[in-house]
Write a protein that binds this ligand. Structure first.
Ligand SMILES: *Cc1c(COP(=O)(O)O)cnc(C)c1O
Length: 432
């Protein structure tokens, strides 16, 4: 294979590595888990990205979820442009923020009151502070393999047993912080019940990706989410859905709409900012009224509710409510998954495909994939070969087995067919 086609990207990577950790501003971009070198992207439109060498890719990262309408969508660009003419940041309240809060509520009725922030990480860190303050309890339950951003409380490694107390999986996270995070496997209500039994009066709540998308895309077992609702209620603890990824993606109203289970608090991000930095947390009025300045729980942000981010987010949510953006993206996702299923059968590969709404995942594993432990058994070497063969064929997948693929409304059926043709070849390359 010729590396010349990535000559400029490689030169940029060399320069980048001298001035930035690993040459990137977020770890997964460095391709460490799939091998090879990342193309440096210089422009994108619709379903496509182009790199510095002029190679074009059909993109299934979509900025890791936000771009459900595709890159550089015209109405989103127009909204950003219009807002920018009026000033890029005021540090004072605006009517656009009110409209945004009202709009969020139409998608997520459980979010009676919302606070806008600038990232998903900020949303999850803040929501945990609120949960602890509201319950006056120190501990939180988290599922192994669920990602909630890089806040200290969430960077806790999976232990061996269901009830292992967390050990930090990043230097710099203290044992004290880790000891307040209790790890349980995803998809086990029993493990959560056991955690409550062993820590009476200590647990503020459980936070989870109700449909995990950060260990690949995993399905909740029948009754799991309702089981969590029941056990948290029984223990006067809070149920927190981290829908930073799944919000507006698995269904317009997220997992809570799809499964009909209502959390006390929800975090949002990614799609909500339409490609600009924004996150949000919100939920029950009585809980959210504890947030400063209406209550004592402090949380603030210089750029929170930034006019450009709100404009991009609002334009995106308007596309979701007023056009068939979601349905088109979901339909394309279905076409992709159906096509992959056919190819897998033809090649006699027993791999697991999952899909919700506009997200899907191909596990290099026969399944069932139900939690972190089973996801870890995927054949990541074969995935790496598949990923690199796809990149060579002009398809940019997320560079990790443990990420979901994101489809946008800008992907055409033709793009999907091109992707499937590449997949057929790449799967053969990966197994030859
Ligand atoms: C991406 C993500 C986050 C973190 O959001 P950032 O904007 O990257 O800080 C938190 N939770 C989930 C479920 C995510 O997918």
């Amino acid at each position: 294979m010729s590396q010349d086609r990535w000559e400029k990207s490689r030169a940029w990577l060399e320069r980048a590595e001298k001035v930035m950790p690993g040459g990137v501003n977020s770890p997964v971009r460095a391709f460490r888990s799939v091998g090879g070198h990342p193309p440096f992207i210089c422009k994108a439109k619709g379903a496509y990205m182009w790199d510095e060498d002029g190679n074009r890719y059909i993109d299934y990262i979509n900025s890791w979820g936000p771009l459900i309408m595709g890159h550089a969508n015209d109405s989103v660009l127009a909204a950003i442009h219009e807002a920018a003419q009026l000033g890029t940041s005021y540090g004072a309240p605006t009517s656009a923020e009110v409209l945004m809060a009202e709009k969020i509520q139409t998608f997520f009725p459980s979010i009676e009151v919302v606070r806008l922030v600038s990232s998903g990480t900020e949303a999850t860190m803040s929501v945990i502070r609120l949960a602890r303050a509201a319950t006056q309890r120190p501990k939180i339950i988290k599922c192994s393999g669920c990602y909630h951003g890089h806040g200290d409380s969430f960077l806790i490694a999976a232990g061996s047993g269901a009830m292992t107390f967390g050990v930090p999986n990043s230097p710099g996270v203290t044992k004290e912080t880790a000891s307040n995070t209790i790890l349980v496997p995803y998809n086990s209500v029993e493990a959560v019940e056991q955690a409550f039994a062993e820590n009476p009066g200590q647990i503020a709540g459980i936070i989870l990706e109700p449909v995990p998308g950060n260990m690949g895309l995993i399905e909740p077992k029948e009754g799991y989410l309702q089981g969590l609702r029941d056990v948290t209620q029984k223990n006067d603890a809070l149920l927190i859905f981290d829908e930073v990824m799944t919000g507006f993606r698995v269904a317009p109203g997220g997992v809570q709409e799809l499964f009909g289970v209502t959390p006390d608090l929800t975090t949002l991000g990614k799609v909500i900012g339409g490609g600009l930095p924004m996150g949000a947390y919100g939920g029950r009025r009585d809980l959210m009224s504890m947030i400063s300045p209406s209550g004592p729980v402090y949380q603030a942000g210089t750029l929170s509710g930034n006019p450009l981010a709100v404009a991009a987010g609002m334009a995106t949510l308007n596309l979701l409510s007023d056009t068939d953006t979601f349905e088109v993206a979901a339909q394309r996702t279905q076409e992709l998954v159906d096509g992959l299923q056919t190819i897998l059968s033809e090649l006699s590969l027993e791999y697991t495909l999952t899909r919700y709404g506009t997200m899907c995942c191909l596990f290099f594993h026969p399944g069932p994939v139900v939690d972190y432990e089973s996801a870890q058994q995927s054949n990541t070497e074969a995935f790496g070969r598949y990923f690199r063969a796809m990149l060579e064929r002009g398809v940019h997948l997320p560079p990790s087995q443990f990420e979901a693929n994101f489809v946008s409304a800008a992907h055409t059926s033709e793009d999907i067919q091109t992707t499937l043709q590449a997949s057929r070849e790449a799967l053969q390359v990966a197994h030859s």
